[in-house]
Design a protein around this ligand. Structure first.
Ligand code: SF4
Length: 322
C-alpha cells in the first residue's frame, strides 16, 4: 500500500470564454495549469493562495465536481478521472467536502436530523433502525447535542452551521476530506474553534485532508505541509515548519509578511504586493508571478521556473533559487 492516499499529476483546468455573434470560444480562463502534488495518508496538506489562484478549482477537480482538461487524480491507486459514474459513487463515499458557506449547502427547510439522516440513507450507511443513533453520535462528535437535531439551519450561528456541515461530511465515514475555506466566512474568534475541531477529528478518525485557505495564518497549526498557489500553479510546497521559518519563494515571503509573528518583539519585514493578481485569461509569460515580484529579472519573463528541491521535502519554483 502506497504512503500516498492522493496523487495529483499535471492537473489542468481551462474554462472556455465565449463571445461574438456566433458565441464561439474566443479564449480560455487558465484556472489550473499543471498542478502536481501528493497527500500522504493521515496528512493535512494546506493549499493556499489569493482568490483567483485556482486553489478551489483544484479541490473541486480532485473530487470530480468539475471536468478536468488534463491530468490525473489517483486516489488510493485508482485514477478517479477514469471512473464510470457508478464506480465514482463508491469513491465519493470516501472523499467528502466541507464548504466555505455551509448555509448555502444546507436546505433551509430541513431540520438537522433530516440533513444528516439523508446523507446516511443516500450512501446506504447503516439501517433505518440504526440511523437515528448514528445521527446523535455524529452531532455530538462535532460538539453539538441531540437537542440541536430538531432545529433548522437558520437557528444556528455560523460556527454551529459549519459544525453541521462537518457532521454531514463525516456521516459516510470518509477517509479523505477537502475542506474548502471552511473558516473564511466565520468570525476570527470562532475560526480557531472550528480548526481545533477539525484537528481533533483528524486524529480521532485518522482522516487525510486537503485544507484550502487564502491566508497562511489560518493553516499554520493544522497543516503538516503547505502548497502555495498563484495563478493556477504551485509556487512552493514544503513542510509547515520549513515554509513558515525559511520560505524560499518571493510570493510566499510576501504572503507570510502579512502574518503576525507570535513571539513578542519579533516582526517580519512587510512586503506589500502591488496590483492585483493578473487575469488567468492572459497570464504573464515566464514566471506568472513576475508582474508583482519585487525580485524579477530578465530571465523571469522568458523562462517558466519549475519546482526545484531547496531542502528536505521543500520545493520552490523561482529562477533565483540556487
Ligand atoms: Fe520572482 Fe523571477 Fe522568482 Fe518569479 S522566477 S518569483 S519573477 S524572481
Amino acid at each position: 500500500m502506497s504512503d500516498h492516499l492522493l496523487q495529483v499529476e499535471g492537473l489542468v483546468k481551462h474554462f472556455p470564454v465565449r463571445g461574438g455573434a456566433l458565441n464561439r470560444i474566443v479564449s480560455q480562463v487558465q484556472a489550473v495549469n499543471g498542478v502536481s502534488f501528493t497527500v500522504r495518508r493521515g496528512e493535512v496538506l494546506g493549499l493556499v493562495g489569493e482568490s483567483g489562484s485556482g486553489k478551489t478549482t483544484v479541490g473541486r477537480l480532485v473530487l470530480r465536481l468539475e471536468d478536468t482538461t488534463a491530468g490525473k487524480v489517483v486516489f488510493d491507486g485508482t485514477n478517479v478521472l477514469d471512473l464510470s459514474k457508478r464506480d465514482l459513487r463508491r469513491f465519493r463515499k470516501r472523499m467528502q467536502i466541507i464548504f466555505q458557506d455551509p448555509y448555502a449547502s444546507l436546505n433551509p427547510r430541513e431540520k438537522v436530523r433530516t440533513v444528516i439522516g439523508h446523507a446516511l440513507a443516500l450512501h446506504g450507511i447503516g439501517t433505518p433502525a440504526s440511523r437515528p443513533d448514528r445521527t446523535v453520535e455524529l452531532i455530538e462528535q462535532v460538539g453539538l447535542s441531540a437537542a440541536h437535531l430538531d432545529r433548522f439551519p437558520h437557528e444556528f450561528s455560523g460556527g454551529q452551521r459549519q459544525r453541521i456541515g462537518i457532521a454531514r461530511a463525516l456521516a459516510v465515514n470518509p477517509d479523505f476530506l477537502v475542506a474548502d475555506e471552511p473558516v473564511s466566512a466565520l468570525d476570527v474568534s470562532i475560526q480557531a474553534q472550528v480548526i481545533n475541531l477539525l484537528s481533533d477529528l483528524k486524529e480521532e478518525l485518522d482522516l487525510t485532508m486537503l485544507f484550502i485557505a487564502h491566508d497562511l495564518a489560518v493553516v499554520e497549526h493544522i497543516c503538516d505541509r503547505v502548497a502555495v498557489m498563484y495563478l493556477g500553479k504551485i509556487m512552493e510546497i514544503a513542510p509547515s515548519n520549513a515554509l513558515y521559518r525559511t520560505p524560499n519563494h518571493p510570493y510566499t515571503e510576501a504572503l507570510l509578511s502579512a502574518v503576525p509573528v507570535p513571539e513578542p518583539g519579533r516582526q517580519r519585514k512587510r512586503t506589500v504586493l502591488s496590483g492585483d493578481i493578473p487575469s488567468p485569461i492572459d497570464p504573464p509569460s515566464g514566471c506568472v508571478f513576475r508582474s508583482r515580484c519585487p525580485r524579477a529579472e530578465a530571465i523571469c519573463a522568458e523562462e517558466v521556473p519549475h519546482l526545484k528541491k531547496v531542502g528536505p521535502d521543500h520545493f520552490s519554483a523561482c529562477h533565483l533559487t540556487t
